[in-house]
Write a protein that binds this ligand. Sequence first.
Ligand code: ANZ
Length: 957
Amino acid sequence: MSETNTAAAAETAAPHRYTAAMAADIEARWQDFWDADGTYAAPNPTGDLAGDPAVVARPKKFIMDMFPYPSGAGLHVGHPLGYIATDVYARHQRMTGHNVLHTLGFDAFGLPAEQYAVQTGTHPRASTEANMANMKSQLRRLGLGHDKRRSFATIDPEYYKWTQWIFLQIFNSWYDTEEKRARPIAELVTAFENGSREVPGGRDWAALSAAERSEVLGGYRLAYASDAPVNWCPGLGTVLANEEVTADGRSERGNFPVFKAKLRQWNMRITAYADRLLDDLDALDWPEAIKLQQRNWIGRSEGARVDFAVGEGDAITVFTTRQDTLFGATYMVLAPEHELVDTIVPAAWPEGTHEVWTGGHANPAEAVAKYRAFAASKSDVERQADAKEKTGVFTGAYALNPVSGEKVPVFIADYVLMGYGTGAIMAVPAHDSRDFAFARAFELPMRCVVEPSDDRGTDASTWEDAFASYEAALVNSANDAISLDGLHVVEAKAKITDWLAERGIGEGTVNFRLRDWLFSRQRYWGEPFPIVYDEDGVAHSLPESMLPLELPEVDDYSPRTFDPDDADTSPETPLSRNEDWVNVELDLGDGVKKYRRETNTMPNWAGSCWYELRYLDPHNSDKLVDPAIEQYWMGPREGQPTGGVDLYVGGAEHAVLHLLYARFWSKVLFDLGHISSAEPFHKLYNQGMIQAYVYRDSRGFPVPATEVEERDGKFFFEGEPVKRELGKMGKSLKNAVTPDEICTEYGADTLRLYEMAMGPLDVSRPWDTRAVVGQYRLLQRLWRNIVDETTGEVTVTDAEPDEATLRALHKAIDGAGADLAGLRFNTAIAKITELNNHLTKAGGPLSRPVAEQLVLLIAPLAPHIAEELWRKLGHTDSVVHRDFPVADPAYVVDEAVTCVVQVKGKVKARLEVPPAISDTELEKLALADDAVVAALGGAGIRKVIVRAPKLVNIVPE
Ligand code: ANZ
């Protein structure tokens, strides 16, 4: 008989077997039921989504995924890993007495839809909506328990109205460094008006023009336009945030060169929050690796500023983290762009200037100009590469080391960056490896000021590398006024910092690596800025009544791109082409006037900066979110001092972009009193990746994975050998497997179980379609344990379960329950499988309570089959809101084991003891046993050997 005939025969014999067709029927029916019933609707305490007060009174759980971008390629099986995990967790939390908010929206602005629009003329909205519809139907098939009333896309004008509103809150506030919080800009204006705060430059506020005031306030606003040097990417026709530029100075998207250019752009003053962004990490339950990445990105360095006198009354201020090594500073370096360079350069080289210092140039001005041009052609990253040869040139000027009193030459070199610290350093070649390399190349003196712990001695001219240590003690560091000799680094730092401060030539300071966030893009498919400029170029915010400011229609979506290698170009925005939209007459409170709209759009990070808040109160047209609702779902509580989402699951690649920006927006909204949570996400979890085998032909091109044949451990495509490697899953690698295929072949419950069973959630794992059937078999056995495959009737009895079954059941409940709560889904499945196997082996109909608890146990993982079995067992309600089973501790502990007690090597007693008994406990029990006491006959004890829980051996005197 052929294989299909066997299957057909089995089907006739067992018409009620759990098959893919049956799964499809069950799943579609329950998905329709859940939608119609609103099974996953989470009630709010108030407002349009208010609901059952008894449910609201439960502890809340807000469980969130990083929402997807609706890509045209749709989902492959790797995408829903996190969505299934949060869904299983949310279901378990619902069954253990929580009010659970779980939903999913779409992060729908972004480049791919815009690029598609440029190529095809399709409006980005049209393609984005089509993609969303496709993804929604793919996701629906998985049986995710989302509260669909709360879903939205960031491109909905009703959503981006509030994104624009938040922008205005940020624009209209400033950071009060004394109170360490954001405050409305109006309060700053009042302070300038009444003189309680001095206007920068000591000017009179009343005497300033509107443009001048706007300029002053721009220096304070948390969102401000500036002409700062930005990352200009001609290849993309847009500027980019630092976070979007790769380590080798190219665009993350498209891999085009990125240049520094001065352009007027919007920025967010995230640097004002550097300290708080750092400090508040401590209270968050996040993977340490992500916290570390944020800490490094923020890059807090404690050090000092030190002034070195130069020329006539000028000073070069350096930032150093090693002020203790000041006596060892034998030369200085300015960033080539440093503004003091022009001031200090003398007309001619000083007498006797070293050949290697001049670079062969006739005079310092020429040398500096040449070197500046050379440095400008490189990215910051190239300039900082450690391994590279150090380049630079002498400026012809000398400065004065404030402690050694020595004249030290001042260089410019590209390893010093303008954008960090003060753009100037004191170089300590003996103890800094970059300075060491530079000093060797330019034959500069080195002085050892920290005693080496190895045997190299204190003559730095003989060393092969710098000696860097925080442990050692200072040497060669004394003058008439101060001595650091003998002090350790930390003590020496404190002492010299005080000494410098007393003399007004330095102070302790903290420096951050973090830069302000470049917030404008020359794009079409993003949120328009709610900003207009008057005829003097002063920026005004639109009133709330004019929001949302909707995206206008344009003829051409593309930004102008330029020769990617030509840095001397500047952007042209798509919105600027719609003159009717750009030029408007508005009444902003002082009569109708002419204005020009801002034509940049916000970066695609904007919409994801606050979406968690909108899930809470998605239809509120008066407020971003009702404070009572925000407090209920997000407010601080025990163990979560800064509040936030209870579980946020997504990929680790968002460590410094989205997660930092969202934290910043939360803090501003918190400071301004709009929300009670200072942090958006209390617990963060990074799921692993689903990887897949990629098969490549002899030219290295991927071939369709499904058409590869395996023979004796070798792989062939169309008869030719191909190579197998583990990689990403995706269309371009021809190895994508869609969830739809697996749902059709086995059902969504099987897919869910398989994805959760593949391994621990945070570990990457290879997809193996052939292994999926294992979980399908589990569900078939589960079904067969409860339903008669011939009649379709349930087979349960009212007989009491036996002891062994009760033990298996309660152990599974205990273990799987703890595993589900701890996101250990793979081990939860293993325990449920073990129970199901036990029941299968035991044979015979299940007792009703065992069958019911089994169904409830698997319900979070395989919700469709659980609903169906629950219904078959005679219930009319849904498993979703049933209580998760509770283990009876009496059945959870293992049965007793027998311990043999020997006296002089002969067995005298057998004790029934718990398997986890300790050695001491067991020894006590053995010595108290009557038979043992009798065998000892009052003799003393020389030695007791205990091997818990099985053996005690007593050796008498
Ligand atoms: C003297 C010194 C001696 C330094 C020593 C280090 C070791 P982090 O920790 O990253 O903050 N530096 C300061 N500004 C710089 C700039 N604009 N470009 C390049 N390097 C700069 O690094 C701080 C240290 O980096 C500072 O401390 C300074 O070198 C250098 F044994 O000063 B140090």
